[in-house]
Design a protein. Structure first.
Length: 444
């Protein structure tokens, strides 16, 4: 069996470094008949939006198979499990708590606690209730306050069962992919929408942080941001400026308000119709101090100057994963060290990292050596960032199992565990076995 090799002094091997796996509600749960519709249900029902025409109505049937899945998680020996809560499952349309839906998650939290597995809970992993989208969704400032009310009710219900809360997962994806380029739900297109939606998402984060600090002061409370480091195609001044603009537009637009209480300087160059509606006090709320920052990393992007659009992303060079993302682990080190240099970072957790590969189940095995190599290279890159002084305290592999991969449907597999969607049988891949061994050997 393929194994991961780390130096003996690697922090990843220390007993206080958290190693875990991650999932998201809409991607694995199914059980749609027991919750309100979300924007992703509507998006899936819109012809041409999902690559294989599929939906999340059943997904991995985790709603019914959660007990077996908790056993599977436990089998890995992980320290922690990152899951998300389906807002439409736990809050009724009138804003009241749906106790039956909330109890589903409390049962999972209790089962994890019984096995000594820490729960890292994400409150929003993109599945906005459709009835709120009907009122404007994240373009409506009131949605931020509705989110804070949801965070209040669910955190009270969970009590002391949660080790760490993340308010949002990847607000860039919700705002840009959902409200600017339209490749994700709710599928709106227009530069007049993206930054407005982003501001309301970040406001929701800040409001929820204050709720969590009150209701759950013993948990780690923070946010999960995704970063795709931006590199220039050449050493020309124009390409360098283009990549720096893209970095502010895609990455620091979310990090800088949260970590430094202001938007990147490019806001001053934008036309007014693209700017968010910022009210007095908003940035103070958004920059409420974090207990941790979750960082999601998969790949980098390369940019050249473009006379019309300022920057233009070029096609990624090989090697690439099955979803078409370049494998460039050096960017992982570069990202973490650059964030550490730019901001006064709280403790960092790598809340997602992984790769989609063209997996084949043969003789009840998945020999995903390419994914093993991806993880190995990124463990090395993470190790290097830690040695350079970045305070990273945990790592979550994305993902526990193959699942509904948003606009790609079920065509792309990121899991450490192979899922046969017809039978719902789970098979641990070679990457999963190697990760399991890494964790077990460290604990022995």
């Amino acid at each position: 069996m393929t194994q991961f090799q780390l130096p003996e002094n690697s922090k990843l091997l220390s007993s206080d470094f958290i190693l875990g796996v991650a999932t998201a509600a809409f991607q694995i749960e199914g059980g749609a008949e027991h919750r309100l519709p979300s924007i992703w249900d509507t998006f899936c029902d819109t012809k041409g939006k999902i690559a294989d025409g599929s939906t999340g109505l059943t997904a991995c049937d985790h709603f019914n198979l959660w007990r077996e899945d908790v056993e599977l998680i436990s089998e890995f020996g992980v320290d922690a499990y990152r899951l998300s809560i389906s807002w439409p499952r736990v809050i009724k349309e009138n804003g009241e708590l749906n106790e039956q839906g909330a109890q589903f998650y409390l049962n999972i939290l209790n089962a994890l606690q019984a096995k000594g597995i820490k729960a890292f809970v994400t409150l929003y992993h993109w599945d906005l209730p459709q009835h709120l989208e009907n009122k404007g969704g994240w373009l409506n400032r009131d949605t931020a306050y509705k989110f804070a009310e949801y965070a209040d009710k669910i955190s009270q219900f969970f009590g002391d069962k949660v080790h760490a809360y993340a308010t949002l997962n990847e607000p860039f994806c919700s705002a840009f992919l959902g409200y600017e380029d339209g490749t994700h739900a709710p599928g709106k297109v227009g530069k007049e929408y993206g930054k407005k939606a982003a501001h309301h998402l970040l406001l929701a984060h800040g409001l929820a942080m204050r709720v969590l600090q009150k209701n759950s002061p013993k948990s780690l409370n923070g946010i999960v941001l995704n970063f795709t480091p931006c590199y220039p195609e050449s050493t020309s001044k124009e390409d360098l400026q283009a990549s720096q603009y893209a970095d502010q537009y895609f990455n620091h637009w979310y990090a800088e308000p949260v970590l430094a209480g202001k938007y990147p300087e490019i806001i001053d160059t934008m036309p007014d119709w693209q700017k968010p509606d910022i009210l007095d006090g908003d940035l103070d709320i958004i920059s409420t101090p974090l207990d941790f920052l979750g960082v999601n990393f998969y790949t980098r992007a390369i940019y050249r100057a473009n006379a019309c659009d300022i920057f233009e992303q070029i096609s990624p060079p090989a090697p690439i994963t099955d979803i078409g993302w370049e494998i460039f682990p050096q960017a992982f080190t570069d990202l973490l060290t650059s964030l550490n240099a730019k901001y006064a970072l709280p403790p960092v957790y790598i809340t997602e990292n992984g790769a989609a590969m063209d997996d084949k189940l043969e003789n009840n095995q998945v020999n995903d050596a390419d994914r093993v190599a991806y993880y190995q290279a990124h463990f090395n890159a993470l190790d290097e960032a830690i040695k350079q002084g970045v305070d990273v305290r945990g790592y979550f592999a994305w993902s526990l199992m193959d699942n509904f991969e948003w606009a790609e449907g079920y065509l792309k597999r990121f899991g450490l565990v192979y899922v046969d969607y017809k039978t719902q049988k789970r098979t641990i891949k070679q990457s999963g076995l190697a990760y399991k061994k890494l964790i077990r050997d460290r604990q022995s």
